[in-house]
Design a protein around this ligand. Structure first.
Ligand SMILES: Cc1cc2nc3c(=O)[nH]c(=O)nc-3n(C[C@H](O)[C@H](O)[C@H](O)COP(=O)(O)O)c2cc1C
Length: 180
């Protein structure tokens, strides 16, 4: 079993991205993994905005990342890129915080025209932060996400199989590999 941190970068209270993050968490927990889900909107806004590097709640998330072998990063596309709250959070990460980690980007967006935001906006920053392997990732068109009576998301067959590939890749991580 492995330890995974999920970072969800939507500032919205009612968020499709957060629902996807919760789905991923549920799947991984069902397989016995330890999962920390960080909804960035729940972190102290001032600490993020003023880049407070003494923030205890943020330091706690850094410790979860340190313990994790895989980091799953979700963001909605905002103005052709990832969200400001995610950038504020990433700016506070220690140098090379993603060294030796498997990183999986998952992006939700309103138009396929911004599919490449994943490639040109998100992936380079993971590489700067030292990620060992960055998976291809998943782009999700927001209008393809359904939900059931309890408000949980329902994935189309195509999306389900792309998301299962992510779950499988994370699950296959070798437990014996040292955590950086
Ligand atoms: C301020 C803002 C900017 C957005 N910009 C884009 C964009 O440039 N490209 C795109 O495909 N979708 C864009 N969207 C749509 C969101 O990416 C999409 O609806 C996403 O699923 C919202 O996720 P959330 O519910 O977790 O906030 C934008 C939405 C908002 C609120």
């Amino acid at each position: 079993m492995t330890t995974v941190t999920i970072l969800s970068g939507s500032p919205s209270r009612v968020s499709k991205t957060n629902r996807v993050a919760e789905w991923v968490k549920e799947q991984l927990q069902r397989l016995g993994h330890t999962v920390y889900l960080v909804r960035l909107r729940d972190l102290p806004a001032e600490d993020l905005l003023y880049a407070n590097d003494s923030s205890e709640p943020i330091a706690q998330t850094h410790e979860w990342i340190r313990q994790s072998k895989a980091i799953i990063v979700l963001s909605p596309v905002y103005k052709g890129s990832y969200t400001g709250i995610l950038k504020a959070y990433l700016d506070l990460l220690p140098e090379k915080a993603l060294k030796e980690k498997l990183v999986v980007p998952i992006v939700t967006g309103g138009t396929i025209a911004h599919l490449l935001a994943l490639e040109y906006a998100l992936k380079p920053i993971f590489s700067i932060l030292g990620a060992r392997t960055i998976l291809h990732g998943v782009f999700i068109l927001d209008w393809t996400l359904g939900h059931d009576d309890e408000g949980r998301i329902v994935l189309s067959d195509d999306l389900l199989s792309r998301m299962q590939e992510v779950i499988q890749a994370v699950s296959q991580l070798n437990e014996d590999r040292a955590v950086s």
